[in-house]
Design a binder for this molecule. Sequence first.
Ligand code: TNX
Length: 542
Amino acid sequence: MIMDLRNSVLTTFLLGVLMLTTSSCKETYPPTDMTRNSIIPKPQSVVATNQTFVVDEGLSIRVEEGHEAFKKEALRLAGILKNATGVGFEVEEGDKAAWFGNTILINQSKADQNLPPSGYELDIKENLLTLTASSSEGLFYGIQTLRQLLTAQVEQAGGLQLPVLIPTGTIRDWPQYEYRGMMLDVARHFFDVPTVKRVIDYLALYKMNTLHLHLSDDQGWRIEIESWPNLTTHGGSTEVGGGEGGFFTKEDYKEIVAYAGDKHITIVPEIDMPGHTNAALASYPELNCDGKATELYAGTKVGFSTLCTDKEVVYEFVDDVIREISEITPGPYFHIGGDESHSTEQEDYEYFMNRAREIVKSHGKTMIGWVEVAHAGIDETDIVQFWAKEKNALQGAKKGAKLIMSPSKHAYLDIKYNEDSPLGLTWAGLTEVDDAYNWDPVTLVEGIEKVDVLGVEAPLWAETIETLDDIEYLMFPRILGIAEIGWTVREDRRWDEYRVRLGQHRDRMKAMGIDFYESPLVPWQEEASFFMDIEMTDEGGE
Ligand code: TNX
């Protein structure tokens, strides 16, 4: 009896302390407005509920039991928090909120939630943050959104201190296009593995899922092919301007593929042919019609080289190259270039592309070719990448091929922003940040429909760039706009609204150490707070 009494006194006391602590916590944090977070790409729907979810030492992160792929995503989230706050949160298995303290619950979506495969839902209440998706890819995208619900300092090691506050509300989100990518030209100037990894990190934050590597061109061959070793030892030894060039060993390439895969990014390898092949022609005389090796080339002209399309050895070469690269490429695509083959007769071009296409198929891959390939014998199993000449894109679509939209007037990251841009080319005009944003994949080419479009890609050709800083300058901030075009519904994309959101990404880009172009068209400002204005709160209290 006495014991019972003591117990209940103790329980009442503890409960009292608990209630005091929780209610005093609540008072400490002002109401929030999730819609003030400028998330890029813009989600499908955001509904704010004006409270605060608090991450403090008592946080539990829980994930469905026995689901390894989901657990990996939960650990990724814990890793982001650890890096930013220094505090390591354990990931526990379970599908219920912790009985004490706040919980982040990572869940598999139930059928009734109707989320597309790479969609996610973030449902944030005061004590429970639930991230739901049907695939680990969807969870990954939800985590990227969560990153943007935290202040920019989350991007810096040790940048955040507990408690970390997150606005409450619900976000349901999924992409419009299946292919959302960037291309990096490592042929005109070579970029090493750490640089490529950094580019992958950037793409991941904006929910891009493809990195296309332009691995060969007139100026350099950048991937080891064991059966044709001279391609790299000789063909990889220079670059635009005559620098020393470089190449990826197969191990380097595998490392890039794995790093990208971990971030749900597919690597698309490109070997450009039959033009843009001087590095190969200089390495192996037998690939030339006259049987003589060419000189290495460090200039920037295009359209002067071609493989000899009527020599059988050329097809043995093409087969070896595609086979060796396909063996270490888990993604479904192989890009065979096909652009600007001005030194190849049209008939020879078509014959060559048809055979190269068959070789790609024989190694189990889907062929992608630049838009000129629409002239060859392609069908609905192929993909055409539009960069110029709408007519060709339409022809490709009429043959049933899907299109990747990379309009040079909007999506080419190597085109200068304005006349004073220190880097970049001008052949496609000038591409300010609004030009890179103001376009739609479906309306570019008359006669195509949304079902014809696989997605968007922003190519970064490397004639004028040599360092990660150079890459960042041309990539940012235009890449954010391209990411949004690939992700967000057309009706929700308006430059006037986007430019304000973009302006608030200044702090985040700075926190990531990105050297970006501060366009005068963007109202750059400090990241807006998701906390409601103090006046508003005061008014509410009066
Ligand atoms: C055209 S677009 C090219 C590249 C150049 C680029 C420069 C395309 C398929 N080919 O060879 O690097 O312009 O902007």
